[in-house]
Design a protein around this ligand. Structure first.
Ligand SMILES: Cc1cc2nc3c(=O)[nH]c(=O)nc-3n(C[C@H](O)[C@H](O)[C@H](O)COP(=O)(O)OP(=O)(O)OC[C@H]3O[C@@H](n4cnc5c(N)ncnc54)[C@H](O)[C@@H]3O)c2cc1C
Length: 381
C-alpha cells in the first residue's frame, strides 16, 4: 500500500498550480466583477491539455486517470472556483456521455473539438420544478420518424451562454417516472434552442448559470445516448460517482486555500502583543481545519484511485462528497472568523471561499440524497 503521490502526479500538481497562479489568479477580480470566465482563458486551459486529461489518446486526450483529474480540480479550485467549475463541466459533465455512449461521428464532431477547446459542452438536467426528482421531469422528447422533437425548459445550466452543445435529459415516456428519462445530445445551433436569462447567484459569480428553452427542437434520432429508450437513468447513474469524487476534489481545493491563508494571516495578525496563532482558540480552529482536510484528502484520493483500478465506489464516492461538503463549510466559516472584520471584506479571498464552498451542496446530488444513497448501499452490504 502506498499513500504518496507519484513524481509524475506531483509534477502535474505543480504545473497546474503554476498555470493557475500565472493566468487565473491575476484575473479573479475582473471575473468576479464581470461574472464570467473569458473564453480566452478557457482556450488557454485547452492548450494545457486539461480538457482531455481523462480521455483516450485516440480522441486527442491525455489518457490520464481519475487521480490526475482530481489533482486538476483541486488545484484549480484552490485558486478560483468559477474557473474550476467551468473546466470540470468541459472535462466531465459536458462531454462524458459522448465519450462513453456517443457514436464514432459524435466523438469526431463533438468530443475531439471539445478536447481541443474548439467546442464547449455542458449538462442540462435541472428544471424549474426540481432537479432531484428526475421522474417529475417535464421536458419531453417525442419520436417522429428519424428525429426526436424536444419541448421543455431547463434552469441553472452552467455555461449555457457560451457552449456549442448540450447533453440534456428529457422524458420519452411521460408515464414511466424516472425510467422514462433519456439523455440526448443537442447542438446549440439547432432551431428552437434558446438560452434565457442569467441567474444571479451567491456562489461562483463567474461560472454563469442560465435558463434554457427547447421549442419544437428537432434532432436526429441517433442523438439519443445508448440507442434504446428507457436507458437514460442508468446512463446518468453510471457517471454520478465520477461527478461526486471530482466535485469533492473541488471542495478540497477551496478548503486548502481557506486553511493556508488562515495560517498565514494568523502568523502575521497581532492581538494583545502576540501573533494570534499563539492563542489556543485560534490554534484549535486551525487544528480542526487540518484534521478535516487530511481526512477528506484520504477519502477523495482513495475513491479516485479505486475508480482507476475499476473497483466499486458507490459508497466511497458518496462518503467523500458528503464529508468534504460538511467539512469545507466549517472550514470557510472558521477562516472568516480568523480574518476578523477582513473576513467580511470584498477585497479579501475569505468571503469568496465562504460563498463558493456552497457549490458543493449541489454538484452530484444534495447532501440529503447522498445520505440516502449511502443508506441504500449499507442495506446491500
Ligand atoms: C451553482 C450551481 C450550478 C448548477 N449547474 C447545473 C448544471 O450545469 N446543470 C444542471 O442540470 N443543474 C445544475 N444545477 C442545479 C443542481 O443540480 C440542482 O440544484 C440540484 O440537482 C438540486 O435540485 P433543486 O435545486 O431543484 O432542489 P430540489 O430537488 O427541489 O430539492 C429541494 C430540497 O429538497 C430535498 N429533497 C428532495 N427530495 C428529497 C427526498 N426524497 N427526501 C428528503 N429531501 C429531499 C433536497 O435535498 C433539497 O434540500 C446547478 C446548481 C447550482 C446552485
Amino acid at each position: 500500500m502506498d499513500f504518496d503521490f507519484t513524481p509524475e502526479q506531483e509534477l502535474f500538481r505543480q504545473s497546474v498550480r503554476e498555470f493557475a497562479d500565472r493566468y487565473v489568479r491575476p484575473r479573479i477580480k475582473e471575473m468576479e466583477e464581470k461574472g464570467d470566465v473569458p473564453q480566452g482563458l478557457m482556450q488557454q486551459m485547452a492548450e494545457q491539455g486539461f480538457y482531455g486529461i481523462r480521455y483516450a489518446e485516440e480522441w486527442g486526450g491525455q489518457g490520464g486517470d481519475n487521480v490526475m483529474f482530481a489533482i486538476l480540480n483541486e488545484e484549480l479550485a484552490r485558486c478560483y472556483m468559477s474557473v474550476a467549475a467551468r473546466c470540470m463541466m468541459q472535462c466531465l459533465m459536458g462531454t462524458e456521455f459522448i465519450n462513453l455512449y456517443g457514436t464514432e461521428e459524435q466523438k469526431r464532431n463533438f468530443l475531439v473539438p471539445a478536447i481541443r477547446g474548439e467546442k464547449y459542452g455542458t449538462l442540462a438536467i435541472t428544471e424549474p420544478a426540481g432537479g432531484t426528482d428526475l421522474g417529475a421531469m417535464q421536458t419531453l422528447a417525442v419520436r417522429d420518424g428519424d428525429e426526436y422533437v424536444i419541448n421543455g425548459q431547463k434552469t441553472w445550466i452552467t455555461g449555457a451562454h457560451v457552449v456549442d452543445f448540450f447533453t440534456i435529459a428529457a422524458k420519452t415516456d411521460p408515464e414511466a417516472g424516472f425510467r422514462g428519462v433519456d439523455m440526448f445530445l443537442v447542438d446549440r445551433h439547432t432551431p428552437g434552442v434558446r438560452v434565457g436569462d442569467r441567474i444571479e447567484k451567491l456562489i461562483a459569480f463567474a461560472s454563469g448559470c442560465y435558463e434554457l428553452f427547447f421549442d419544437d427542437v428537432r434532432i436526429p434520432a441517433d442523438r439519443l445516448f445508448g440507442g434504446e429508450e428507457g436507458e437514460g437513468f442508468a446512463l446518468l447513474r453510471s457517471i454520478l460517482n465520477d461527478i461526486r469524487v471530482h466535485t469533492a476534489a473541488l471542495g478540497l481545493g477551496i478548503a486548502r486555500a481557506a486553511y493556508e491563508e488562515s495560517v498565514e494571516y494568523a502568523k502575521q495578525r497581532v492581538a494583545y502583543g502576540r501573533p494570534i496563532i499563539k492563542w489556543q482558540a485560534i490554534q484549535h480552529k486551525l487544528a480542526r481545519m487540518r484534521i478535516d482536510i487530511d481526512a477528506a484528502k484520504l477519502m477523495i484520493y482513495c475513491a479516485a484511485w479505486r475508480m482507476d483500478q475499476g473497483f466499486p465506489v458507490n459508497v466511497e464516492a458518496a462518503t467523500a462528497k458528503w464529508f468534504i461538503t460538511e467539512a469545507v463549510l466549517r472550514i470557510v466559516d472558521d477562516a472568516t472568523r480568523i480574518f476578523g472584520a477582513y473576513g467580511a471584506s470584498m477585497d479579501m479571498n475569505a468571503q469568496r471561499y465562504l460563498r463558493d464552498a456552497r457549490w458543493l451542496l449541489y454538484g452530484g446530488g444534495t447532501q440529503t440524497m447522498i445520505l440516502n444513497i449511502i443508506g441504500i448501499e449499507i442495506g446491500k452490504e
